[in-house]
Design a protein around this ligand. Structure first.
Ligand SMILES: NC(=O)c1ccc[n+]([C@@H]2O[C@H](COP(=O)([O-])OP(=O)(O)OC[C@H]3O[C@@H](n4cnc5c(N)ncnc54)[C@H](OP(=O)(O)O)[C@@H]3O)[C@@H](O)[C@H]2O)c1
Length: 236
C-alpha cells in the first residue's frame, strides 16, 4: 500500500475486530500511526500485539459509552502522539427488539454507544485535531440510518441520529479545516449480529476500510459527505 498517511495520527473506536480492525490495518498499511480501543483489556492487548508488526499502534481499553473512559483514551492519544489527524467513529452495537419488548437498559446501551459515544469522541478529538490545523472525522453509520425495519427501533434511532449529527457537525467544522463524512454500509461480513450468518455475499470489512482510505485521499477542496455501500448481490 502507498504510505500516503505517513506522519498522520488516527484514532479508531472498536478496533479489535470486524470493520474497525480492518480500518486500523488499512491506516497502518498507509503509513499512519493508529490508536484504537475496545472494551476489554485482553482483546485490546491481543489485537495490539497482532497489529504491532504493521506500524506504530496504541491499544487502549475504553468503553466509548462512558465519558470518563473516552477522556482517558484521548489523554493517552495526546500523550503518545501529541495531536490527531483522523478520527474513525466505528464502535457500535445492535440490539434488535420491538419497542414493547425492549428494556430501558437495552435502549440506553444502543443510544449511549452509537450516538452519545460518537459525540463524546468528536468533542474530545477536536482540540487534538486543531493542534494539527484540522483533520478528518469518518463515522461508520449504516443503511439502517435511512431504512427503518421491524425490530430496529433503537438501532434505527441511533443511526438516523448519527446521520443528522454528522451532517450538522460537518457544517459546524468545515471552515475549521475539519471534514466530516459518514459511511452507510449494508450487511458486512462480521460477527456484529448475534446469530447472524457469516456469508461471502456480504460486504467485506476490508471494503469498508477501502472507502475510508478513498475519503482520506480526496483533495482537501472536496468533501464526499455521505457514502452508501451495499452488497452487489444480496441473498434473495
Ligand atoms: N456488520 C454489519 O453488517 C454492519 C452494517 C452496517 C454498519 N455497521 C456498523 O459498523 C460498526 C462496526 O460493526 P462491526 O460489524 O465491525 O461489529 P463487531 O464485529 O461486533 O465489532 C465491534 C467492535 O466495537 C467494539 N465495541 C463494542 N462495544 C464497544 C464499546 N462500548 N466501546 C468501545 N468499543 C466497543 C468491539 O470490541 P469489544 O466487544 O471488545 O468492546 C469491536 O472491536 C458499528 O457501528 C455497526 O453499527 C455494521
Amino acid at each position: 500500500m502507498e504510505p500516503f498517511l505517513a506522519g498522520k495520527t488516527a484514532v479508531v473506536t472498536g478496533g479489535t475486530r470486524g470493520i474497525g480492525r480492518a480500518v486500523v490495518e488499512a491506516l497502518l498499511g498507509s503509513g499512519a500511526q493508529v490508536a484504537f480501543c475496545g472494551r476489554t483489556p485482553e482483546a485490546v492487548e491481543r489485537a495490539a500485539g497482532e497489529l504491532s508488526g504493521l506500524g506504530p499502534v496504541l491499544g487502549q481499553a475504553a468503553d466509548v459509552s462512558k465519558w470518563d473512559q473516552v477522556e482517558t483514551l484521548f489523554a493517552a492519544v495526546a500523550e503518545r502522539f501529541g495531536g490527531l489527524d483522523i478520527l474513525v467513529n466505528n464502535a457500535g452495537i445492535g440490539i434488535f427488539r420491538g419497542v414493547r419488548e425492549m428494556e430501558p437498559e437495552e435502549w440506553r446501551r444502543v443510544i449511549d454507544l452509537n450516538l452519545t459515544g460518537v459525540y463524546y469522541c468528536c468533542h474530545l478529538a477536536l482540540p487534538l485535531l486543531e493542534r494539527r490545523g484540522g483533520g478528518y472525522i469518518v463515522q461508520i453509520s449504516s443503511l439502517a440510518g435511512t431504512n427503518a425495519f421491524t425490530g430496529g427501533a433503537a438501532y434505527n434511532a441511533s443511526k438516523f441520529g448519527l446521520n443528522g449529527f454528522s451532517e450538522a457537525i460537518m457544517q459546524d467544522l468545515r471552515y475549521d479545516n475539519v471534514r466530516v463524512s459518514y459511511i452507510m454500509p449494508g450487511s458486512v461480513n462480521t460477527g456484529f449480529s448475534p446469530g447472524g450468518e457469516r456469508a461471502d455475499w456480504k460486504i467485506a470489512p476490508e471494503d469498508v476500510a477501502q472507502v475510508v482510505l478513498d475519503l482520506l485521499r480526496m483533495p482537501a477542496r472536496t468533501l464526499v459527505s455521505r457514502v452508501e455501500m451495499r452488497p452487489s448481490k444480496p441473498k434473495k
